[in-house]
Every structure is written in structure tokens, then in C-alpha cells.
Design a protein around this ligand. Structure first.
Ligand SMILES: Nc1ncnc2c1ncn2[C@@H]1O[C@H](COP(=O)(O)OP(=O)(O)OP(=O)(O)O)[C@@H](O)[C@H]1O
Length: 339
């Protein structure tokens, strides 16, 4: 397992049209075993940041430390060795189209100096792990996008990496295939303890598997922390925007018109990491035998638990409101005033 520490990293590209400040004083701490999401819109600096993590891009300023060792202090030979610890997968898979699946996975093993038989045995083991052992003889052109990404993952695992960097690895895939690739990445993280960094522009990818997230805009990290915490209490404007654009809303945001709103008390409830794993609102209604208006709901399924917020309105003549609020707080929901 390996940790990555990014300290005050800036990266400036000099172009004929002037300087491009792709990263501005970025600091991140990715712990061993994390699945860490880096999210932001196009041009935010995500790819540049992830390329700095293995020094494919050398920062203009600041340090990158892997397991406490600064990459800038390595000799070119040591850096090559260190890079073997860091696998990478990409949006367009980058497979060798003239080679079959088995030979694609063998390729990094040959570069490490492994003999053909040994390389093939290991490649087959890896293909087994990614669920493609039966396609070893196929060529990339004969595979679906999801299968190609599985081959790329097997190839990335060939050098027994401790870190796997995934640059928009699911962006070219449909939602169902995306989920199956994310499941595979989660499996790999758990089975082999590999630290995974996922670059994406889709919040749904972050909430499906990431433990932590950094939200980038204009070369800066605007917000970072635990995924659950950021989904429950986004602070930055960009986090709020990304969460509201997340197409995976389990409950559609619905605003009732003024005429539909009666004059009962209105509260804002927040589902957080402490919230109960149960259909809380349904149980509230069943327990108190009275209706509750859901004026607005913006909840999402984060790792199987509801996260987000709702605006609720109690019946205007209800005498149960204090007890109903108690019911909600006992289930780990936060209650505040709706504004
Ligand atoms: N080699 C380069 N030379 C000049 N400018 C670059 C270079 N690489 C990246 N940039 C610029 O740096 C900024 C950040 O780019 P980067 O690719 O890191 O963003 P991103 O968030 O990964 O975007 P995308 O999702 O579109 O790939 C952009 O303005 C980009 O044009």
C-alpha cells in the first residue's frame, strides 16, 4: 500500500499564446488504501495533477511524495523503478491493436525482463482476475469498450503496482459498463490494497466508489474531504453545482407550487454519515399515521445509503411535530430551518 502527498504543487505550461497556469498551489493527501476521486470540469487541471503524481509531468513548483519520498530527489533510474509501483489506465484504453489480449498484458512483463512462459502464466492469472481469461486470444478490435478497459486494468496490474491512476477510465463507457468497471476497481482495491486515484468529471463515479474526493476548478482544489461529508454538506459553489448536476438522483428534485403548500412548519433535513439505513420518511409516515409534504428532495444513493437533503412540511394542524422531529434526529438526520 502506498500514500501520495502533493505539497503546494503548481504547474505552468509556456505556450506560444502565453503561460497556462494548469495547477495553482495544489495540496492533497491521499492515504494508503484510499479510493480518491479528483473531479472537475474540462480544463480544471485534473490530468495535469495526476500526471504529476508519477512525474510524467514535473511540477513547476512544489513536491510530490510517494510513501514519504520526494520524486524530485530520485535519479532517472530510481524514478523508472518507482513508476513501476504506479499503474495507469486511460479513457481510450491505449491497447496495442496488433497484439492479442494475452500479449497486451505480457508486454510490461517482457519490459521487466520476464521470460515468455513466466510472463504468459502471470498474464493469464491477471486476465482471470479481470474476468477475461476466455478472451486471451482475441484482438482488441473484437472486444467491447468494457472488455478493453479490463485488459488495460490487467496490463496495469502486471507490474504489481501499489497505486493505480485512472484518467477518465469510464468516460467512454455506458452507465452499466461503468458500474461493472467501478466494481472491479473496488474489488482490486480491497483484495490487493492498491491505492486508487480516479479522475472523472462525473459525480456519480465519485459517489459510487470513492472514499475521498478533491474538487478542482481553474487549476485549484476548491474543496476536499470525505465523499459522504461533501455530499451532505457541500461548501464550495463548484461542489454544489457538481452535486446538483449528478444525474443519479434517486429522488427527483420537485418543487411544489405555492398553492400546493399548506401553512405547516417547514424544515430542512440532512442525511449524513450517521443517518439510519432505512426508508426514514416512509417509516415516519407509517409511525405517526399522518402525511408529510416533501417540498424538495435532493437525495442520492452514496454507497447504498441515502445522502443529501430534503425540505419537508408537516401538516398545519399536527400535534405530532415535536415527536416527528425527535424520530428523525434519533435516526441520525440533522434538522434545520428551511430557507
Ligand atoms: N502540455 C500542455 N501544454 C500547454 N497547456 C496544457 C498542456 N497540458 C494541459 N494544458 C492546459 O492546462 C489546463 C489544464 O488541463 P488538464 O488537461 O490538466 O485539465 P483536465 O481537468 O484534465 O481537463 P480534461 O477533462 O478536458 O482533460 C488546460 O487549460 C490545458 O489546456
Amino acid at each position: 500500500m502506498s500514500s501520495i502527498l502533493i505539497q503546494d504543487v503548481s504547474k505552468t505550461f509556456e505556450t506560444k499564446d502565453g503561460s497556462v497556469h494548469a495547477l495553482k498551489n495544489v495540496s492533497l493527501s491521499i492515504e494508503s488504501g484510499d479510493i480518491y476521486g479528483i473531479i472537475g470540469m474540462s480544463g480544471a487541471g485534473k490530468s495535469t495533477l495526476v500526471r504529476c503524481m508519477n512525474f510524467l509531468e514535473v511540477p513547476s513548483e512544489g513536491k510530490v511524495l510517494i510513501d514519504g519520498k520526494s520524486l524530485s530527489e530520485f535519479s532517472p533510474k530510481e524514478l523508472r523503478k518507482e513508476r513501476e509501483k504506479i499503474g495507469m489506465i486511460f479513457q481510450h484504453f491505449n491497447l496495442l491493436m496488433q497484439k492479442n489480449v494475452l500479449e497486451n498484458v505480457c508486454f510490461p512483463l517482457y519490459i521487466q525482463g520476464k521470460k515468455k512462459a513466466e510472463a504468459r502464466a502471470k498474464a493469464l492469472e491477471l486476465l482471470e482476475i479481470v474476468g477475461l481469461a476466455d478472451r486471451a486470444k482475441a484482438y482488441p478490435a473484437q472486444l467491447s469498450g468494457g472488455q478493453k478497459q479490463r485488459v488495460a486494468i490487467a496490463r496495469a496490474l502486471a507490474s504489481d503496482p501499489q497505486i493505480l491512476l485512472c484518467d477518465e477510465a469510464t468516460s467512454a463507457l455506458d452507465p452499466q459498463t461503468t458500474s461493472s468497471i467501478l466494481e472491479l476497481l473496488q474489488d482490486i482495491n480491497q483484495k490487493f490494497g492498491i491505492t486508487i486515484v480516479i479522475i472523472t468529471h462525473q459525480m456519480s463515479v465519485v459517489r459510487e466508489i470513492c472514499t475521498h474526493v478533491a474538487i478542482m476548478k481553474d487549476g485549484e482544489v476548491k474543496e476536499q474531504g470525505l465523499v459522504e461529508e461533501i455530499f451532505s454538506h457541500p461548501k464550495s459553489q463548484v461542489a454544489k453545482e457538481l452535486i446538483s448536476k449528478d444525474s443519479g438522483n434517486d429522488v427527483e428534485s420537485k418543487k411544489l407550487t405555492q398553492s400546493e403548500i399548506q401553512d405547516g412548519e417547514i424544515v430542512r433535513i440532512v442525511f449524513s454519515e450517521n443517518s439510519a439505513f432505512e426508508p426514514v420518511i416512509a417509516n415516519l409516515i407509517l409511525t405517526f399515521h399522518e402525511p408529510v409534504n416533501i417540498l424538495k428532495a435532493n437525495t442520492k444513493n452514496v454507497g447504498g445509503v441515502a445522502k443529501g437533503e430534503m425540505i419537508l412540511q408537516f401538516m398545519s394542524d399536527s400535534t405530532n411535530v415535536p415527536e416527528m422531529k425527535k424520530f428523525l434526529t434519533e435516526r441520525g438526520l440533522e434538522i434545520g430551518e428551511a430557507n
